[in-house]
Write a protein that binds this ligand. Structure first.
Ligand code: 13P
Ligand code: SF4
Length: 309
């Protein structure tokens, strides 16, 4: 039955000239069906550059929104319109404007995990894979970063000469990863390396062998000669990790690390959305144009080389 629906989706996709994008946190069966699977930065580039008229974004709302901001002439759909990011919803455009009034000299950097209304008031957006590279190119001394305090704090450690004003947002999944749970796994697998997403708290980052984005974690585990890894990020990433490394072992600390919103995509709602062209991303043009600046700056700064001297 599931196979039949998968075939129907692929048939519809061709008929509608659509492209299916999936984030690494999506259910495995959705990742297997997608044309491209990746981290937020990679998917934003594919969405910007693809030739297809329709993008079916299997991820959460800020990802589909960013695709629409970058490609206003494409139809961007989501399988499930209620798939949001609770961290992104922790900052509003209005609250950001109030904070900006108190710090008119700050350069405003938003994590791509933010709403379009927030991006509209920012100078540049970053993803976890591009943040350090982008920050290196910003000469301003005072940086406002939102909405993720953990990522902001992690970035700030690389730039002691700058002053950081951090928002108080967090990801409910990453913020609750426990140090004890990691240490329990470490006791069971003594040679295991700890790979951590920067949305985790400092006490987790402090015991990491590697800190990076979803694609960074996959690259590290794939290239490393070790065989055992404790993975402190959303468990959907295990699908690609195991696919690329069938002979290595991956352990998630604690019960599970699961983003419920990422798991809202099913074959059924994907099929329905594509068949009926449902759940289209619509963004007011005025807001889109303003938000575009921060995303364009992100692509520009992330793709330029930095001179180290
Ligand atoms: P990446 O950009 O590392 O894929 O992360 C996206 C995300 O939502 C992490 O929670
Ligand atoms: Fe948002 Fe956290 Fe889910 Fe990533 S894992 S999409 S930050 S709620």
């Amino acid at each position: 039955m599931a196979m039949d629906l998968a075939k129907e989706i692929l048939k519809l996709k061709r008929e509608k000239n659509a492209l299916i994008l999936a984030h690494y946190y999506q259910p495995g069966i959705i990742q297997d069906l997608a044309d491209y699977v990746g981290d937020s930065y990679y998917l934003s580039e594919i969405a910007r550059d693809c030739k297809e008229e329709v993008i079916m974004f299997c991820g959460v709302k800020f990802m589909a929104e960013s695709a629409k901001v970058l490609s206003p002439n494409k139809t961007v759909l989501m399988p499930c319109p209620s798939a949001g990011c609770s961290m992104a919803d922790m900052a509003s455009g209005k609250a950001l404007l109030e904070l900006k009034e108190k710090h008119p000299d700050a350069y405003v950097v938003c994590y791509i995990n933010s709403t379009c209304n927030v991006k509209a008031h920012c100078d540049v957006a970053v993803t976890s894979s591009s943040a350090l590279k982008i920050l290196k190119k910003i000469p301003n001394k005072k940086i406002m970063f939102l909405p993720d305090r953990n990522l902001g704090e992690y970035i700030s450690e690389f730039f002691p000469e700058k002053e950081f004003i951090l928002w108080d947002g967090f990801c409910r999944c990453h913020n609750k990863v426990s140090r004890e749970d990691i240490l329990i796994e470490k006791e069971k697998h003594i040679n295991a390396k700890v790979l951590v997403h920067p949305e985790c708290t400092k006490e987790i980052r402090d015991i990491a062998d590697y800190i990076g984005s979803t694609s960074g974690i996959i690259d590290y585990a794939t290239k490393d000669e070790g065989t055992d890894f404790i993975i402190a990020t959303e468990e959907g990433i295990l699908h690609e990790l195991k696919k690329k490394n069938p002979n290595k072992n991956f352990f998630i600390p604690g019960d599970k690390i699961c983003c419920q919103d990422m798991k809202k995509t099913t074959f059924e709602n994907l099929y329905d959305a594509l068949l009926n062209m449902k759940n289209e991303m619509i963004i007011e043009e005025n807001v889109r144009k303003k938000a575009l600046r921060s995303l364009e700056n992100m692509h520009l700064l992330a793709s330029q080389d930095v001179r180290s001297n």
